[in-house]
Design a protein around this ligand. Sequence first.
Ligand SMILES: Cc1cc2nc3c(=O)[nH]c(=O)nc-3n(C[C@H](O)[C@H](O)[C@H](O)COP(=O)(O)O)c2cc1C
Length: 206
Amino acid sequence: MANILHVDSSPRSERSRSRRLAREFMDAWLNSHPDDAVTYRDLRLTPVPHITEEWIAADFTPPEALTGDMAELLAFSDELVNEFLAADHCVFSVPMHNFGMPSNFKAYIDQVVRVGHTFLLENGQFSGLAEGKKVLLITTRGVEYGPGSPFEGWDCLEPGLRYAFRFMGVKDFQFIQATGLDLGDDAERRGLNTAQSRLRELVSSW
Ligand SMILES: Cc1cc2nc3c(=O)[nH]c(=O)nc-3n(C[C@H](O)[C@H](O)[C@H](O)COP(=O)(O)O)c2cc1C
């Protein structure tokens, strides 16, 4: 039995293609792994606050020196960190917004990348504390980014996600991209079909 963390981040609800792909994957996964336990988080319904000056000061205060107010400021972040660290597998659905991740997912990352919790800084060396996890990132995009396309080289989403999780020690990534979703019905169907068939394969190989 594995612990799965499933996080959706699209601000859209039923119209969201990234949510749909993640939901289809999770349904198929749980069909073949019925004993797995799922923690679900919807960043649309439970928005993650941006970090603040006070939050950063609390984050860099040693646990034994935290005041009650500081501990309270970090409480939601602690919850997110504990959920992430407890998961064996993580499934994140993340739409591309303005060539990178949506602001709510960036806010999530900012609350989870925590010194002493998900990474260490010792003698000038960084090391991640979230090793051994498998992370699946399902991303959706309106246009294409492949070789020769007008936006080749503009994709800041996949590198941004990869480095944030690598910094926390994650080494085992699966990236599934659904591209061209806003380029007409045919392109949308192609983009979704490609992602869906890769996700189906992953159910038996992940
Ligand atoms: C605010 C906003 C910004 C977007 N920026 C981009 C972008 O930079 N590049 C891109 O390929 N698609 C962009 N799109 C299109 C979305 O990535 C695409 O519609 C995707 O399906 C959104 O995921 P969702 O359906 O789960 O919400 C943007 C959409 C929105 C709403």
